[in-house]
Design a protein around this ligand. Structure first.
Ligand code: NDP
Length: 518
């Protein structure tokens, strides 16, 4: 509970990200404006930014998709989406103001001619709203459509780099960014033909989460952790991203992706890079991303036999989650009944640099696990304990753990040892807890709010750079290739509602360790 006299604390990180500034007037063109992401995330995020007065006066949204819709229908649909998915209720006055900035044009088949239609729409928005010619293109379409759109933006001249006085242009690219190293490189190359790297914003919504950003504040705004944040004091690190949900009807996407592509290549390696990076020389895009990419490049590649030794994969069978009986992956609608797609992946990685040499980073992610939770747990080396050899309950005493919970119950827990009250000296582990919600008493913005605002402000600190994406894919592609060469595991190999396959427990047990129960 928050003490009565605690002053309201402003989140220093949001200040650091420049939330005090207002972006230039601009238009956001949303490709795929009729789609699920636009409805569930983008429009609600933009509306909430408007509610907080964080968008510029003339901010406008130009929806562009193949579906036939009038501007009025688009506004109606947008209102419905915001009603359903906004974290705050719709306020009629703010909505009217926001809705006046919503426009729509049908994209036809997205061929060259259709981009003239987009140019006309943007000219109309610019005329009516005086947006200064500044524009953000949001690719909220399936990845197969990225290339054509990027090319169209190039040939139509809509993406042209700011000529003097004609405003700036940026592009936001959704995940998945490629499906292996080659396709990611290809997409980077296509983007580079049309946009300069500083115009490209590759979304990883994990980086928009307050608690992920807080890893940097925790590490570098406190004097006491950095001196022990290294191989001398840290035994190993565990990063868990557990989902209790299944694939929620997204078989088409998931069958092609699997856990490694869906979670590890992007979110989990991004978190690892924040945990492992050196202090950047400034809290700005280039310096932060320079340090992150060094971590990714320092990860020892998994090649040959190491793939079998240092990874585990799984697929859920039927079981019980949250008191509900659920089908196995192969029984989900539209999933191949003999599918070999992994819904669980665990990896043991080494970051081969002076700070982390020989400290394993264990990563695991899976669907249909017992609970929805994402956390980073730093396991410190055990104290010698010579003094208390006979007084420990349970024996042996576990090591200290610092757990950073990314979601839900966002916060930080430090596990340490204390004397059990009583005449004899008995020792038990106890937790010291910091709960984000209780201390700050404000609802954090949605990740998409933070990221969209940063893009409008031209701050790419929380977006993945080309070299980061390629370094992450390089590692993951080696694992995918290794898995292809290994005999297929017998799937399903874990029950829905359990903590994953036996192979994942074995991966830890071989090192004399076990997964923490988050
Ligand atoms: P949808 O499948 O809903 O597609 C979005 C829109 O794109 C559709 O409404 C459709 O509009 C248009 N579209 C579909 N196929 C094509 C095509 N071949 N060429 C051009 N336009 C096409 O996707 P989502 O909205 O779910 O996702 C959009 C992007 O965001 C994807 O890259 C996805 O991976 C990513 N993403 C989505 C998340 C989500 O929660 N939905 C979460 C994280 C990432 P129309 O037919 O009117 O043109």
């Amino acid at each position: 509970m928050r003490p009565v006299d605690t002053p309201t604390v402003v989140n220093p990180l949001r200040e650091g990200l420049g939330a005090e500034r207002t972006p230039d007037p601009c238009t956001m063109v949303i490709f795929g404006a009729s789609g699920d992401l636009t409805r569930r995330k983008l429009l609600p995020a933009l509306y909430n930014l408007a509610l907080d007065g964080l968008l510029p006066d003339k901010f406008s949204i130009a929806g562009f998709a193949r579906s036939d819709m009038t501007v009025e229908q688009f506004r109606e649909q947008a209102l419905e989406s915001v009603r359903q998915f906004s974290r705050r209720p719709v306020d009629p006055k703010s909505w009217d103001r926001f809705a006046r900035g919503l426009f729509y044009a049908s994209a036809g088949s997205l061929k060259t001619d259709d981009f003239h239609r987009l140019a006309e729409l943007m000219a109309r928005v610019h005329r009516e709203r005086d947006t200064g010619g500044n524009r953000v293109f949001y690719l909220s379409v399936p990845p197969s459509a990225y290339s054509g759109i990027v090319e169209g933006l190039g040939t139509s001249g809509l993406a042209a780099r700011a000529a003097a006085g004609s405003g700036w242009a940026r592009v936001i690219v959704e995940k998945p960014f490629g499906r292996d190293l080659d396709t990611a490189r290809e997409l980077n190359q296509e983007l580079a033909q049309v946009f300069a790297e500083e115009q490209v914003y590759r979304i990883d919504h994990f980086l928009g989460k307050e608690t992920v950003q807080n890893i940097l504040v925790f590490r570098f705004a406190n004097g006491i952790f950095e001196p022990i944040w290294n191989r001398r004091y840290i035994d190993h690190v565990q990063i868990t991203a557990a989902e209790s949900l299944g694939i929620e009807g997204r078989a088409g996407y998931y069958e092609e992706a699997g856990a490694l592509r869906d979670m590890v290549q992007n979110h989990m390696l991004q978190v690892l890079s924040l945990v492992g990076m050196e202090p950047p020389i400034a809290f700005e895009a280039r310096a932060v991303r320079d340090e992150k990419v060094k971590v990714l490049r320092a990860i020892r590649p998994l090649l040959g036999e190491d793939v079998a030794r240092y990874t585990a994969r799984g697929q859920y069978g039927p079981g019980w989650v949250d008191g509900r009986e659920v089908p196995g992956y192969r029984q989900e609608p539209n999933v191949d009944p003999a599918s070999t797609t992994e819904t669980f992946a665990a990896l043991k990685l080494y970051v081969d640099n002076w700070r982390w040499a020989e400290v394993p980073f264990y990563l695991r992610t899976g669907k249909r696990l017992p609970k929805q939770t994402t956390e980073v747990a730093i396991h410190f080396k055990r104290a010698p304990l010579l003094l208390f050899r006979d007084m420990v309950d349970p024996t042996p005493l576990e090591s200290n753990v610092l757990a950073m919970r990314i979601q839900p119950n966002e916060g930080i827990t430090l596990k340490f040892h204390a004397k059990v009250p009583g005449i004899s000296v008995r020792i038990r582990s106890v937790n010291m807890d910091f709960l984000y919600g209780a201390s700050f008493a404000v609802e954090p913005p949605e990740a998409y709010e933070t990221l969209i605002l940063d893009c409008l402000l031209g701050d790419s600190t929380l977006f993945a750079r080309r070299d980061e994406i390629e370094a992450a894919w390089s590692l993951v592609t080696d694992v995918l290739n290794g898995w292809r060469e290994l005999p297929s595991p017998v799937f399903p190999n874990y029950e829905a509602g359990s903590w994953g396959p036996r192979e994942a427990q074995d991966l830890m047990a071989r090192d004399g360790r076990r997964w923490r129960r988050p």
